[in-house]
Every structure is written in structure tokens, then in C-alpha cells.
Design a protein around this ligand. Structure first.
Ligand SMILES: Nc1ncnc2c1ncn2[C@@H]1O[C@H](COP(=O)(O)OP(=O)(O)OP(=O)(O)O)[C@@H](O)[C@H]1O
Ligand SMILES: [Mg+2]
Length: 311
């Protein structure tokens, strides 16, 4: 649904985007992650046919950005990172204005507007002035606007930026809803954890270069190759337990985690199931107080991948 090949944008000497090659299949939700100035907005504006690349190829729904801009705009919805709303316009008027621009006419227009308002949960604000909406509501209205013409592909540039935690959760729920509808979505963010559970693929971009492209699981694997467990035994015997664990062949290393009163046990390469740790401890007379696989901190994964490249 989206395909780019060596897509490059230069501003003077600066590569805002360098040789971007990626592919989104139908139904993909692609998290496009990178720090400020990485090239996320540049990419989306090129795909939305609002900006010409310096060179390289890109197609959206099979249409070329060079020759079929009109067709692309019909089949794609682009929500920019910042968009203005007009003063003195009610929410419903705002949507009808854009629906008219999309040539949705007659009774279908009002119906469509009401429908997208319901989808983004703003039905109760239909007669409010757009300028009276909160930031989160304005973002949702912006999303409603790009859904009017029922696009197959959505380009959403940081839809959750500036939202409070609750509004972020709502935005995520909304994206999941769109995913269920079968839309192909490219969504950008600064932070990986925010997108990890709604995306089936992610791309990490830094200074115009795509440094990772794949599933969230493969990103985790790239950074953390070994499984880690947190273990604690009763009666302050962690230090003793440590001696037993350390000598096992399937254990790579054991570290103290004083703030959690437990041990951090890293399994040897290729060992994934830590159940043998339980057997070992029980066999040696220890009583287990805590035993769990350490959760992966996605922020660490992000840092690991970006560091791996820059170093
Ligand atoms: N019109 C322009 N003229 C010159 N340089 C530009 C222009 N637009 C963008 N750039 C540069 O291109 C690079 C990529 O910018 P871009 O806006 O795509 O980043 P971004 O990933 O969207 O960042 P952010 O997270 O801050 O939104 C930056 O170094 C930026 O300064
Ligand atoms: Mg941006």
C-alpha cells in the first residue's frame, strides 16, 4: 500500500531523508519512530504529495507520487502534526466544510460527518465551536477530518503529541479501531513504548536514515538476546541461592538487585525457559518468594538500537 525506494530529500547540504526504502502491506500499522529532526514529517509530507523529494521513488496504493498525486490524495488521509482550525466554526460545520471539499454531497454529507464524529467520540461536541475544544479533542477532530473520504491509507504525524495520559490511551484505542477496519496506517512518534502494542511493524529513523525496520519482537531480540528472570528466596538467603544459580550451565550470570531484594538471572545463549531455576532452588531447600521473567523495557530497546548504530 505504501512503497518507497531510495527516497531522499536534501535541504542544501543536509539530508533530511536519505535512501529511505520501506514497504507497508495492506492492513499494516507501521510505527515510525525517531527523535526531533529525524525526518518523520518530511517522509509523510512526501507520501502525502505535499513535498517533492530530491530523488527516489514512492507509491501509495500503487500510485506514483510524481504522476498520480490526485489519485493518492483521494485514497489517503494525512493528519499533519500541527493543523489550524477556523474561528467561529462549529465542529459539525468544520467537518461539512471539508466533506464538501471532498465532494461528498447531499444527505450523504451530513451522514458521513455524523458517522466520523461518533467514531472519534466527539458526537456530543457537534455544536461546540472548534476553538473551544481541548487539545485532545482537536486532535480527534483532525482525525475525523481525514476519515471523511474513507481513505484506505492513513498517514498520522504524531497524533498523540501534547495529549495527557488519558487522551493518549483514547487515541491508541482509536487507532486500534481503525486497524480493525483494515486501514493501512503509518503513525509517527518520538517514543517506542507508546506505539509498540498497536503496531505490527516499526521503523526507527535517525538523522534521515532508517536504522531499523521490522517487527517489535525482532527489535527486542536485536537488543536483548538472552532471557532474564528475577528471583528471590525466603529468609534472606538470596546470597546463598546465588551461589547455586551461578554454577549452573544454563545460567550466564547472576546479579544483585538490592532495591527489589532479588537476583537478576540471565540465562545462557539460546536458553529461553527458566523453569529449571525453580527446580534447582527447591531441590537445594530454598523457598521461592519471587520468580518472574523480567519485562522488557521498550525504551531500553529503543536506546539499544539507536546506540548500536551511532557507536
Ligand atoms: N523547509 C525546510 N528547510 C530546511 N530544512 C528543513 C526544512 N524542513 C525540515 N528541515 C530539516 O529536515 C530535517 C528533518 O525534519 P523533519 O521535520 O522531517 O523531522 P521530524 O522527524 O518530523 O522531527 P520532529 O520530531 O521534530 O517533528 C531536520 O533537520 C529539519 O531541520
Ligand atoms: Mg515532525
Amino acid at each position: 500500500m505504501i512503497e518507497t525506494r531510495n527516497l531522499t530529500k536534501m535541504y542544501g547540504e543536509l539530508y533530511a531523508l536519505k535512501d529511505l526504502t520501506l514497504k507497508l502491506e495492506k492492513g499494516d500499522v507501521y510505527g515510525f519512530i525517531g527523535p526531533n529532526g529525524a525526518g518523520k514529517t518530511t517522509t509523510m509530507r512526501i507520501l502525502a504529495t505535499l513535498l517533492n523529494p530530491s530523488w527516489g521513488e514512492a507509491t501509495v496504493c500503487g500510485y506514483s507520487i510524481y504522476n498520480n498525486a490526485k489519485e493518492i490524495r483521494r485514497s489517503m488521509g494525512y493528519m499533519p502534526d500541527f493543523f489550524g482550525v477556523y474561528d467561529d466554526m462549529k465542529v459539525i460545520e468544520y467537518l461539512e466544510f471539508f466533506a464538501a471539499a471532498y465532494r461528498i454531497d447531499g444527505p450523504a454529507r451530513r451522514r458521513k460527518c455524523e458517522q466520523v464524529l461518533e467514531l472519534v467520540d466527539l458526537g456530543y461536541k457537534r455544536d461546540a465551536l472548534v476553538t473551544s475544544l481541548s487539545r485532545g479533542m482537536t486532535q480527534r477532530l483532525g482525525l475525523a477530518r481525514v476519515l471523511l473520504h474513507d481513505p484506505q491509507v492513513l498517514l498520522l504525524d504524531e497524533p498523540a503529541s501534547g495529549l495527557d495520559p488519558r487522551a493518549r490511551i483514547e487515541m491508541r484505542a482509536l487507532l486500534k479501531e481503525l486497524r480493525k477496519m483494515g486501514k493501512t496506517i503509518m503513525v509517527s512518534s518520538h517514543i517506542l513504548p507508546e506505539l509498540a502494542d498497536i503496531c505490527n511493524k516499526i521503523g526507527i529513523i535517525e538523522r534521515g536514515v532508517l536504522i531499523f525496520d521490522g517487527t517489535v519482537e525482532s527489535a527486542i531480540q536485536q537488543v536483548r538476546k538472552n532471557t532474564v528472570y528475577l528471583v528471590a528466596v525466603s529468609n534472606d538467603l538470596n546470597a546463598k541461592a546465588r551461589e547455586h544459580l551461578e554454577t549452573h550451565l544454563n545460567v550466564l550470570k547472576v546479579e544483585d538487585v538490592p532495591e527489589q531484594h532479588c537476583l537478576r538471572v540471565t540465562l545462557a545463549d539460546g536458553v529461553e525457559d527458566g523453569a529449571f531455576l525453580v527446580d534447582l532452588l527447591l531441590k537445594n531447600g530454598f523457598r521461592l518468594k519471587m520468580f518472574k521473567e523480567e519485562e522488557i523495557d521498550l525504551e531500553d530497546v529503543f536506546l539499544g538500537i539507536t546506540k548500536g548504530i551511532t557507536n
